[in-house]
Ligand binder design. Sequence first.
Ligand code: CA
Length: 232
Amino acid sequence: MTANNRETILVVEDEPEIRRFLRLSLTERGYSVIEATKAEEGLKLAAEGNCNLILLDIGLPDLSGMEVIKRVRAWSHMPIVILSARDQEADKIAALEAGADDYVTKPFGVLELIARVKVALRHASNKAETVESAIVEAGDLLIDISLSTVHKAGVDVHLTPTEYKLLVTLLKTPGKLVTQQHLLREVWGPGYAKEGHYLRTYMGQLRHKLEDEPSQPKHLITEPGVGYRFVP
Ligand code: CA
């Protein structure tokens, strides 16, 4: 991390202790931090264009986190990582659907926080700078999207069309959390958004074909109650 090329994180959080924890954790790792205690103030700072990522509390005193996401997404693709409480599953899903990139659940550890921030920043810079590669490598997996082939340790793996579509939908955003609803709509169609058991079944099949230890997956990760992510 170089001091002359610092990425700036905008923290929008009304609880002073969490703000303090975020400020210390992020500055210690070389990020610059700017802070807002209310949504309107956060939106103003974001619009000034001096930040690379927003860490956004869902429960703010003036506007809902969802409203903030919608307003930012009206003009910017900058990564938004939300901070939410453990019992706010529905809010997390709504926030992801509204355009948030990821979330961390309170209380969170500094390592998880930094990992989420790094993935979101990396994903944003990949989107801006590179043409999507047709070949994805993850451990001993080699997936060629242009040829629709999957190899594991050099051996051809046969996937059903549905398994393949599910895999490719997750691959498009490496490391990023994808909601169940999004996957169901993309793979099965708009009428299937509530059929979570389809996903569990097909994800199980994919893990058996692609993971060394399907019960301890390294690449196809479940985020309970919310969705899945592909970790290269
Ligand atoms: Ca709050």
